[in-house]
Every structure is written in structure tokens, then in C-alpha cells.
Design a protein around this ligand. Structure first.
Ligand code: SF4
Length: 427
């Protein structure tokens, strides 16, 4: 319960490239998108969203842009309806409508900023309808700041309802938390089986059954550092927590040893597997494939520090990393590792102004960033790529993920002549 302690760094505001950056506005799509994505992906779930029509329009648009593949049921709430005190009735009507959709087995009710402000009362909502569970997910997006953190909130809300509280833990099983590339859990499972353990489930995923099963894991690993509520919930149930992720040569071996301890596996076997994994990674890194390059890493996803670690291990200098999520105990290990390996600035709750100022401050050979930042870099002839679309579709963990990510960065920097040609053309 008590180890997730928000940290504060006063040093951040003293860093010279951060003058004037506004921290109040997240500069991302509405954070509630993260919650909607997690809930819409659940098979059999029909989200009912309680919000005003403006939010509904934007969130429906972005959900379909990211292939939600189902409609969002919502009452029509404008200023008149909200101020007339009809929000409860409107929410109940939306729940009835959601329940009548075909093949629905669960109804998450997503209460957004305006419904939260107007005071949607949980005790006046049904807990189930026609035998289908109704789960209230409170998402005051204005106070959440980033869509990764809204994912955590949504996951914790449905976990609270569905997690299996009665069955005993299954020995030697690990629950993975993080929306990761599909091959990553398979690779992790393969290595864990050599140690005598296995992956029980990876959440958030597509199945409510996985949420139930999650409660039966012997230990949990938060692969992404923003699942604070979900981790706390499992910790309350006595599940051991492994923080960090199997990232790069240093990180993978340490992570495997930590998992071995959490699952109480044979120490000698764990050590042998950890050393093998580390050696495979070190062989790849031996010639420092990214030596001499300076790379900027910036994103909205919340796992930016993991990529930065890989690039540093590959020989790159990564002086600046920024992310939309807030600082916490789950980010502490990656931050400490990066700072001890030459990263000068790590910006949480970033703004585009931070990233642009960083580009003035250092000379980069590659920019892995948001669309706006990548466009800005390209205008300067710097190879650049949009973080979300390009990195989230590649493996990341263990030696295999490391090789894929480093090769991708190398390939991007090899394209420098093309960027120069583009610059000459437009000049
Ligand atoms: S009012 Fe809240 S829910 Fe609506 S778009 Fe803005 S942040 Fe998102």
C-alpha cells in the first residue's frame, strides 16, 4: 500500500531548456482515451460513456482512429441536460441501451469530467442489468493528465470488480502488466519456463477471464511504470511485485533474478538463465552499434525511459528524455539508471516547449518523438520518427527486443542522406 510515493524534483524547474513550459495542460489527446481504449478492447464489454457531446465526439473519433471496432453508447448530454439535473437518469438509460446490444456481457460506465463535476452517484447506478455486470469507471480526465495513467485507472476499476479473490495463488506464475507488443509476453514466458516459472496472463488484454485469473498469480511485474493503482490493488491482496522490466543487458538479468526471488525459484537455475540472457545481449552490444550518435526520446506512452535505456546500452548518448506520465516509485529505477549513464534531463508531464528547447540545447542525430516534434526535426533535416506508431509495433524486451530496437534506430540514422536531400529540395 505504502510504497508508491509520488516524488518531487525541484531541480526540474532549474534546467535551462525548460523555461516557461506550461505544465497545466497535457498537450495530448484527451487523457480519457487511455481508459476508453482499455475498456473498448475487452471482448463482450460495451462501454457506456457519460459525458457531454463535445467529449463524446472527440473520444469516439480517436477511438475509431485507433480501431476500437465497437460503438460507444452515450446519452446526449449538453449544457441544458447537465444543468437540469437529469444526468443520473441519462446514465441509467445509456446502461439499458448498452445492455441491449448484441453479445454484451459487461458494461463499463465511463464517467468523464463533466459527469464527475455534475456528481454522478455510484449508489444510484445498477451494479448489474439482466445479469450483466455494470462497472463504474471514474475518469476525471482533467485531473489525470496523461492517457497511460487513465489506462491504469480503468484497469484497476475492472480488476476490482472481477479479480478472483477466492482461489489460492498458482505457484511459480507471473502476471505481466502493460499493453506490450504481442511477441514480448511469449518471449518472456519462454525464458521464465527455463527457470521453472511461467507467465499466467498479460493485462490489459481482450478477456475478462484474464482479469479474473490475474488474482491467482504468485507475483506481478509492471512492465510499464504507470500502472500504480493496479499494482497497489494486487499488493493489497498480498501479491509480490517485481518493478522494472527486462530491458537491455543490465535490466534483463536483474529483472530475471528479481522474478526468480519473487517466485521462489531455484537460485542456481535462475542465475544460469540470467547469465545466458545477459551474455546474448552483451554479444550484440560488444561493438556498440549506436556509438557516436546523440538521440532524443520523447513520447506520450509512458515507457520512453525503457527505450532510452536500450539506446544508451547500444552506445548512443541520450541526454534528454521526456514523457507525459508523472514521477513515481515505479519510474525511480529507470530514472536512476539513465542519470547514472549520462542522461542529463528527464522531464515528466512534458510539454512541446520542453522538447523544442531541448532541440536547441543539444545537437541530435535522431529524434524519436511526438508527431509535432518529429515534424520539427524533419524540417531541420534530422532523421525523426513518431514514437507511438513506430516503436509500439516492435518487440522491446530481453535480448530479442533489444536487437530489434537498436537495429531500428540504426536504420533510421542511416537515412540521414535522404533527409539532407529533402532539406535541399525544399530550400
Ligand atoms: S472535458 Fe475532460 S473528458 Fe472531455 S475532452 Fe476535456 S479532458 Fe477529456
Amino acid at each position: 500500500m505504502n510504497e508508491i510515493i509520488p516524488l518531487h524534483t525541484d531541480t526540474a524547474s532549474q534546467e535551462p531548456y525548460k523555461e516557461g513550459a506550461c505544465k497545466l495542460h497535457p498537450q495530448t489527446m484527451c487523457p480519457a482515451f487511455g481508459a476508453l481504449r482499455v475498456l473498448a478492447r475487452l471482448e463482450g464489454a460495451q462501454p457506456a460513456m457519460v459525458t457531454d457531446t463535445g467529449c463524446l465526439y472527440g473520444l469516439t473519433f480517436v477511438s475509431h482512429f485507433y480501431a476500437a471496432r465497437k460503438s460507444i453508447v452515450a446519452p446526449e448530454l449538453g449544457t441544458a441536460e447537465l444543468s437540469s439535473g437529469m444526468i443520473q437518469e441519462a446514465a441509467n438509460a445509456a446502461i439499458i441501451e448498452a445492455a441491449s446490444e448484441p453479445n454484451v456481457s459487461v458494461i463499463p460506465v465511463i464517467s468523464l469530467c463533466v459527469a464527475e463535476t455534475a456528481g454522478l452517484a455510484e449508489e444510484l447506478l445498477p451494479t448489474e442489468i439482466d445479469g450483466k455486470p455494470v462497472v463504474l469507471v471514474r475518469v476525471p480526465a482533467y485531473a489525470i493528465h496523461s492517457h497511460p495513467e487513465a489506462k491504469d485507472l480503468a484497469l484497476a476499476a475492472v480488476m476490482r470488480r472481477f479479480v478472483d479473490r477466492t482461489s489460492p495463488p498458482e505457484p511459480n506464475t507471473l502476471l505481466l502488466i502493460g499493453e506490450v507488443f504481442p511477441a514480448d509476453p511469449l518471449m518472456i514466458d519462454g525464458v521464465l519456463r527455463k527457470m521453472g516459472g511461467r507467465v499466467l496472463a498479460t493485462i490489459p488484454g481482450r478477456s475478462v477471464d484474464e482479469l479474473r485469473m490475474a488474482g491467482r498469480a504468485s507475483a506481478v511485474a509492471a512492465l510499464h511504470p504507470f500502472y500504480r493503482d493496479t499494482v497497489s490493488l494486487l499488493r493489497e491482496r498480498g501479491v509480490g511485485v517485481v518493478s522494472g522490466a527486462p530491458i537491455g543487458a543490465d535490466g534483463s538479468a536483474a529483472w530475471l533474478r528479481a522474478v526468480g526471488t519473487a517466485l521462489d525459484l531455484d537460485e542456481d537455475v535462475v542465475e544460469q538463465v540470467a547469465e545466458e540472457e545477459e551474455q546474448t545481449a552483451r554479444d550484440v552490444l560488444a561493438h556498440k552499434p549506436l556509438q557516436g550518435s546523440t538521440i532524443l526520446v520523447s513520447g506520450y506512452e509512458g515507457n520512453e525511459m525503457l527505450y532510452a535505456r536500450l539506446l544508451v546500452e547500444g552506445g548512443a548518448r541520450v541526454p534528454y528524455v521526456s514523457t507525459s506520465i508523472g514521477q513515481s516509485m515505479l519510474t525511480a529505477a529507470d530514472e536512476a539508471w539513465l542519470r547514472s549513464h549520462g542522461t542529463e534531463a528527464i522531464v515528466y508531464r512534458k510539454a512541446i516547449e520542453d522538447d523544442l528547447a531541448a532541440m536547441e540545447h543539444w545537437a541530435f542525430d535522431l529524434v524519436i518523438g511526438t508527431t509535432t516534434l518529429a515534424a520539427h526535426a524533419k524540417e531541420r533535416g534530422i532523421p525523426a520518427v513518431y514514437y507511438t506508431n513506430m516503436l509500439s509495433v516492435r518487440p522491446l524486451f530481453l535480448a530479442g527486443g533489444m536487437i530489434a530496437s537498436i537495429a531500428f534506430a540504426q536504420d533510421l540514422m542511416n537515412r540521414k542522406p535522404i533527409y539532407n536531400r529533402m532539406l535541399e529540395f525544399f530550400q
